[in-house]
Design a protein around this ligand. Structure first.
Ligand code: DGY
Length: 427
């Protein structure tokens, strides 16, 4: 590691220390002042590079927000803050610690395996005990995913809110979200546009629909089956399913060393169902995987990063692999930094607006992992190196303009720091 990288690594650790609120890490101060689900899972993997105890703590504090039915919510409101909307009063959930009522990509299981292996490698004696407790939480949450979000056993789990996807204003949701009314029972008091420029955030109309959905599900008392029936937005999502399938495979590895035989069987069945479901979503004419709008019954063909995420979970055929490689190269062509979250050739591409074009370090982390699993080492390395260089140039920003490399959104971002810690060690 050279001097610049050493300095950057120190800076990354400083960010995690500054965003620490007592065993959990906020994504960034003010804009996101609570614990976010998938952010924390990536952050735990960052911590695992130098502080195993703190890595476990991150996941343990997230699990404090887990509901009795198994759902791990997308936000855990451990301590009050008035710099974010919508806060606990809008969600109206009933958990002991206030939480939101929806979830986020289940990176938790992936992070748990990562942290466990780092703990074992450093000879920690408490690894098995701490992992086992979190394994039970993860398994419960995977059961919730299968029953609450795939009740029809398609092998694809659904999102009922764009916020669940983590890619809030992705063009993938445009058509489905346009059907959601803009009327709300809740008074909308956006805080995000007070922290970052409105041109980099979802539009007001998007927020009206986001909050309409929250109103509907709160009206269902947050009961999963009532929500499934009432949902005006329901998408069988290949990004979510890809991450869940991969996390299931990771839990299976853990189950073989610390779990019971029946856990293994259950996880094997889950994994089979999910990977079969994903395999059916491949569209050879597009060279991509596609999500499905369960209300219209149509494929979602918008070219977004989600199309590549299934690589983390399934083994491509040789033809698929060549097609994905060519497709990704097309997306990277002419970009200062890739992978753009929306293809630059799409009419929906906006290089500065959140999930409509910008590059996200953690997405690159997933795509690179998927490429490695699928024997595309060269492209994986290009994407990892590009990510590390973009961070070295622009700082630990929330996201990056793919056309210029400019850093955008919130600054001093925890998951970008974690991505730097993990990806720069792979050089
Ligand atoms: C936000 O508030 O922008 C988040 O992405 C929702 O979780």
């Amino acid at each position: 590691m050279d001097m610049q990288q050493n300095g950057m690594m120190d800076a990354a650790r400083t960010i995690l220390a500054q965003n620490d609120r007592g065993g959990y890490t906020v994504p960034t101060a003010r804009l996101y002042p609570f614990q976010w689900n998938w952010d924390s899972a990536f952050v735990a993997m960052g911590f695992a590079t130098y502080d195993i105890d703190r890595a476990y703590r991150e996941l343990e504090r997230l699990a404090e927000g887990q509901w009795d039915d198994g759902m791990i919510p997308h936000i855990v409101f451990h301590a009050p803050s008035d710099t974010y909307f919508p806060g606990p009063e809008v969600w109206g959930t009933r958990h002991r610690i206030p939480t939101s009522g929806i979830t986020q990509p289940p990176v938790f299981g992936m992070a748990l395996r990562h942290v466990h292996e780092a703990a074992v490698a450093t000879g920690r004696t408490d690894a098995a005990d701490r992992t086992l407790k979190l394994f039970r939480s993860a398994l419960l949450s995977h059961r919730w995913w299968m029953s609450a979000r795939d009740p029809e056993s398609r092998g694809l789990v659904s999102i009922l809110h764009p916020w669940e996807s983590g890619s809030d204003n992705s063009p993938a949701w445009d058509e489905a979200l346009a059907r959601v009314p803009t009327s709300t029972e809740t008074v909308i008091r956006r805080k995000d546009t007070g922290h970052v420029d409105a041109s980099m955030r979802p539009r007001d109309e998007d927020y009206q629909r986001f909050i309409h959905l929250v109103d509907v599900y709160r009206g269902c008392g947050w009961d999963p089956m009532r929500q499934w029936e009432a949902a005006p937005f329901k998408i069988a999502d290949v990004q979510m399913t890809g991450i869940l399938a991969r996390a299931t495979a990771d839990l299976l590895v853990l189950a073989r060393s610390i779990g019971k035989a029946e856990d293994q069987r259950e996880l094997e069945q889950m994994h089979q169902l999910l990977t079969d479901g994903l395999a059916r979503q491949w569209r050879a004419d597009l060279s991509r995987f596609v999500s499905m709008d369960l209300i219209s019954g149509q494929d979602i063909t918008a070219p977004t990063q989600a199309c590549f995420i299934p690589l983390v979970a399934i083994a491509l055929s040789d033809n698929q692999r060549d097609a994905v490689r060519a497709e990704l190269r097309r997306w990277l062509d002419g970009m200062a930094v890739g992978v753009p979250s929306t293809a630059p050739f799409s009419p929906a591409f906006e290089p500065k607006r959140y999930w409509r074009g910008p590059v996200w370090a953690v997405v690159n982390w997933l795509i690179a992992d998927g490429l490695r699993l699928n024997r595309c080492e060269d492209l994986a390395r290009d994407i990892e190196n590009g990510t590390v260089k973009a961070i070295e140039k622009a700082g630990f920003c929330e996201y990056f303009d793919p056309t210029t490399g400019e850093g955008l959104g919130g600054g001093t971002f925890s998951w970008t720091a974690a991505a730097y810690m993990v990806l720069s060690r792979r050089d």
